[in-house]
Design a protein around this ligand. Structure first.
Ligand code: PEP
Length: 500
């Protein structure tokens, strides 16, 4: 159904949180024009398939595993990091599938997770001076590789980085598609998925048990079906569905990759601005004249930069630009909800973004912190239960638990026990409420150093990382991520809980 009074650029008339101000708006216009001409990264069919699968998650017929970097970096767009991340998510999904006997829907924070919301727009840093020394200087905070650079001398918002985001996403996705179509995800070969990085004998053993039991089942299915592929095309064992996601923060970028039926995506004949746009600030104008006329808008628009995008906890204002943009797209969307979300506001938000209550459309990604979940989750569940809305409930056990390292306060860390406590508590509360925790959302990485050691950003887990170990292989430019072993630990915990 057409969304009332919505166009891909209708967000431009609303107040926007976490905005990025570009000085060179002509450059920005040029970049956006180019982005509108570039081909989509994903297809409407893939997006519709994911939405259908998420409808299954909402009913407890499948489990949603979503994970990846806090923020992707352009420099990490290369073979090893992509393979490691893919293999880690495949391994985790295999462990969860084995324990829960539920199909696992895999969505990675990948191929577009470049933008980051920040608690402060600026920060004071040690800025290098001409004489080789440093001076204190206030600069824009690092907003992600699609906005500015991590280096303190490169903090000015540069529109060209939006094109960088597109091409790095395209490259990443291209390699993922190539790997998947070449048998990388073949369930008969799980030992190939970089498991050699796991040093914990305990985890090695648990994983070997999963593999042995899986091989038995596959052999059984092969014999039972006379040697044919038992799963058919979708349920086949040679490859898997794998979806991409990112926070839909940079609305200029998201708008440029939003496409309606084919007639709407023709390259523009001129860069001229429509009259309806001319009252908007220069850096908010859209030159897509056809898009601004709601009455002639095509009915369905997809954000074709990614399969799934989510609204962050800092940009989910009911009357804000992000909610306006998200309400019009066909993609399944996530909404982060934390302690500041009022139950009645949550219901209003669902009415706005999913007025037709389309199954699989909305995933509520709760992120309260292990110490607060007990206080906030039950009220949110009760509020949604009292409506006609059917949502996927997902637990993000990472975002609200960041602490400073005791040994090096410049490093942010998270405690593994807090993470698993939030997940277990979430599962218990959902059980008590008669609802289903459909998935987990995690910041994780498969990155290793040259000696094959995982990153050391979170404390605890089967590797028993301590605060003093953090500086050994701390790589995040943003928030701390679960490493290879810790991510597998979480997968085993989830599998055990789903079994119970
Ligand atoms: C994130 O998931 O990267 C994030 C910033 O989340 P939140 O909106 O919950 O803070």
């Amino acid at each position: 159904m057409a969304t009332l009074n919505w166009t891909p650029d209708s967000w431009r008339s609303k107040p926007i949180a976490q905005d990025v101000i570009y000085d060179d708006t002509e450059h920005l216009d040029k970049v956006l024009k180019k982005l509108r001409q570039l081909p989509p990264l994903v297809t409407p069919n893939e997006i519709d398939r994911l939405r259908t699968q998420l409808a299954d998650v909402a009913q407890g017929k499948a489990f949603l595993l979503q994970g990846g970097d806090c923020a992707e970096l352009f420099e990490a767009c290369s073979q090893d990091p992509i393979e490691h991340k893919l293999s880690l998510i495949l391994l985790m999904s295999l462990i969860i599938l084995h324990g829960s006997r539920l199909p696992v829907i895999r969505i990675a924070r990948i191929a577009g997770q470049y933008a980051k919301p920040r608690s402060k727009p600026t920060e004071v840093v040690d800025y290098p001076t001409a004489d080789g020394k440093t001076e204190k200087k206030e600069v824009m905070s690092f907003r992600g590789d699609n906005v500015n650079g991590f280096d303190v001398t490169d903090r000015k918002a540069d529109p060209e980085r939006l094109l960088g985001a597109y091409f790095h996403s395209a490259s990443t996705l291209n390699y993922i598609r190539a790997l998947l179509s070449s048998g990388f995800a073949d369930l008969h070969q799980p030992r190939n998925w970089s498991f050699s990085h796991v040093h914990s004998p305990q985890l090695q053993k648990a994983f070997e048990e999963v593999i042995d039991s899986l091989m038995d089942s596959l052999d059984f299915m092969r014999s039972a079906t006379g040697g044919s592929n038992p799963g058919g095309s979708r349920g086949g064992t040679e490859t898997v569905d794998f979806y991409t996601s990112h926070e839909g923060l940079s609305l200029e970028y998201e708008e440029a990759l939003t496409r309606g039926p084919r007639t709407d995506v023709r390259p523009e004949s001129s860069g001229s601005l429509s009259r309806s746009n001319s009252l908007l600030p220069r850096n908010r104008r859209s030159s897509a004249n056809a898009r601004s006329d709601a009455s002639s808008s095509p009915k369905k628009f997809y954000n074709l930069s990614s399969h799934f995008i989510w609204i962050g906890d800092r940009t989910r204002q009911l009357d804000g630009a992000h909610v306006e943009y998200f309400r019009g797209i066909q993609n399944p969307i996530g909404i982060k909800i934390g302690p500041t979300m009022k139950p009645e506001e949550l219901v209003q938000l669902l009415d706005v973004v999913n007025p037709d209550n389309i199954p699989g459309k909305v995933t509520l990604i709760s992120r309260y912190g292990a110490d607060k979940i007990e206080k906030f989750l039950p009220a949110h569940i009760e509020a949604v239960k009292a409506t006609r809305h059917i949502v996927v409930w997902q637990c993000d056990a990472m975002v609200s638990l960041t602490k400073s390292s005791e040994t090096d306060p410049s490093l942010k860390t998270r405690h593994f026990v807090d993470i698993i406590q939030e997940i277990s508590t979430s599962m218990r509360i959902h059980k008590e409420q008669g609802t289903i925790l459909g998935g987990v959302h995690l910041e994780l990485t498969g990155e290793v150093n040259d000696d094959g050691f995982s990153v050391t950003e979170c404390i605890g887990g089967s590797m028993e990382l301590e605060d003093k170990d953090l500086s050994f292989n701390y790589r995040s430019h943003c928030d701390p991520r679960l490493n290879y072993e810790q991510s597998l630990d979480v997968a085993f915990l989830v599998a055990d809980n789903l079994k119970a």
